[in-house]
Design a protein around this ligand. Structure first.
Ligand code: NI
Length: 139
């Protein structure tokens, strides 16, 4: 972390009031920490727009347990990608549905490609990818 600088920001009273109410509800101890988090989130979002950015991600899939060969297709895709799969967890949700959570690390473009291939498989009902940078460039 670099040197700390103090900045003054002019804000509309109503806007600031709404911000204070929001961060109060979220549990922030002060505005500074909330503003730092907002800045980090915006910088992270901007970094993730580049497909070459190193990121970590969780891919969540809800799929039909009875769908033929789906588990082996999902495994096959994980073996075929140049991504570092950190962990993959399977949860039996009910008689029909399974949840698979795949946590991985790699370039944004590669992660999105793998996620798209998984989500588009027949039998996958819901799919979601949550991406963020590793945080190494953020103070
Ligand atoms: Ni299952």
């Amino acid at each position: 972390m670099g040197k700390i600088e103090r900045v003054g920001v002019s804000l509309d009273e109503e806007l600031l009031g709404r911000f204070d109410a929001l961060i109060g509800k979220q549990g922030y101890a002060n505005r500074s920490e909330a503003i730092r988090d907002l800045i980090r989130a915006r910088l992270d979002q901007q970094q993730l727009e580049k497909s070459s950015t190193e990121a970590v991600a969780a891919i969540l899939l809800v799929y039909d347990h009875h769908s033929t060969n789906l588990t082996s297709k999902l495994n096959h895709l994980q073996h075929n990608h140049l991504l570092q799969i950190i962990v993959s967890t399977h949860v039996h949700l009910d008689h029909y549905n399974c949840l698979e959570v795949i946590i991985l690390k790699g370039k944004v473009g590669e992660i999105q490609k793998l996620a798209d291939q998984m989500i588009s498989l027949k039998g996958v009902k819901l799919g979601r990818t949550n991406l963020m940078t590793t945080g190494k460039d953020l103070a």
